[in-house]
Design a protein around this ligand. Structure first.
Ligand code: N58
Length: 338
């Protein structure tokens, strides 16, 4: 039996939940924090700064064109995002020394200790906290929407939060206005502690929504893409719009006013993230100078068909061209912990 080759210089090998990890030696104390179909995540300590980081190892990223495309897209998206409320990259590395050997790469991100779903389960959030969290969500969304990127799956469990209630919007996998609808639902859930629109299936949920928003005008129904939804809506009796204040009994008038602008069924009439940030609900937090927009993200690189070797080559190039952000994760928080 031959022994495995030594780890790459400046790297070390360790088995984590039955898989071999080979990571840069600066990242110490690997601890598994979770795994899914596409990869596994460990926490680690960056020995240069003492900062806790999350390291994601993708599961066999070059096993198929589809996996490779998804891996490349995640790397490019994360490289593109540099905003305090959006998950970003501190580092990306491969232990493989040449393009021919290239099989794995690791994404290093700031470690976030919890998510909004868990936070909401554990405690009732005060109005100040809700305001701070929704403000950060909208700031993150204004930034990624400017890039032309849509999150598509915003929900409490997908929103990473640290002990200072600082939030980042990561992704698990239309139009940008779908994200604003999600923020509205999450905000309502934070206020009441209950899911806003509970439905047993899609159409049932649509009915629950319209009990609140009222049945939309005919031109809206006409614009619907889904034939099923169209026919369903046409068959419904006229429902009147409810006053949001009567549903969200413990919400402040400004919170109700903001929700009335986010939870508009017609996406074309819904507020944008940038408009929502200017709402008086956020008066104490607003800082127009500190609400930046991202550069456009060029999706045309992701949306092409490439062979596995081509995916490997473009991904390898992206890994090698990464330049770390200046702060290196040792960020001193400007925000006050609530
Ligand atoms: O969030 C991602 N990837 C990601 C983000 C985005 C947006 C927000 C730009 C739309 N797109 N994509 C593809 N990846 C990711 C998120 C969380 C973890 C790992 C990867 S796990 C984790 C992270 C930090 N601390 C603890 C656990």
């Amino acid at each position: 039996m031959s022994s495995p080759p030594p780890a790459r210089r400046g790297f070390y090998r360790q088995e984590v939940t039955k898989t071999a990890w080979e990571v840069r030696a600066v990242y110490q104390d690997l601890q598994p924090v979770g795994s899914g179909a596409y990869g596994a995540v460990c926490s680690a300590v960056d020995s240069r700064t003492g900062a806790k980081v999350a390291i994601k190892k993708l599961y066999r990223p070059f096993q198929s064109e589809l996996f490779a495309k998804r891996a490349y897209r995640e790397l490019r998206l994360l490289k593109h995002m540099r905003h305090e409320n959006v998950i970003g990259l501190l580092d990306v590395f491969t232990p493989d020394e040449t393009l021919d050997d290239f099989t794995d790469f690791y994404l290093v991100m700031p470690f976030m200790g919890t998510d909004l779903g868990k936070l909401m389960k554990h405690e009732k959030l005060s109005e100040d906290r809700i305001q701070f969290l929704v403000y950060q969500m909208l700031k993150g969304l204004k930034y990624i929407h400017a890039a032309g990127v849509i999150h598509r799956d915003l929900k409490p469990g997908n929103l990473a939060v640290n002990e200072d209630c600082e939030l980042k919007s990561p992704d698990v996998g239309a139009s940008v206005s779908v994200d604003i609808w999600s923020v509205g639902c999450i905000m309502a859930e934070m206020i009441t502690g209950k899911t806003l629109f509970k439905g047993n299936d899609h159409l049932d949920q649509l009915k629950e929504i319209m009990k609140v928003t009222g049945t939309p005008p005919a031109d809206f129904v006409q614009r619907l893409q889904s034939v099923e939804a169209k026919n369903y809506m046409k068959g419904l009796p006229e429902l009147e719009k409810k006053d949001f204040a009567s549903i969200l009994t413990n919400a402040s008038p400004l919170a109700v006013s903001l929700l009335e602008r986010m939870l508009v069924l017609d996406a074309e009439r819904r507020v944008t993230a940038a408009e929502a940030l200017a709402h008086p609900y956020f008066e104490s937090l607003q800082d127009a100078e500190d609400e930046p927009k991202a550069q456009k993200y060029d999706e045309s690189f992701d949306d092409v068909d490439r062979t596995l070797d081509e995916w490997k080559r473009v991904t390898y190039k992206e890994v090698l061209s990464f330049k770390p952000p200046r702060q290196l994760g040792a960020k001193v928080s400007k925000e006050t912990a609530l």
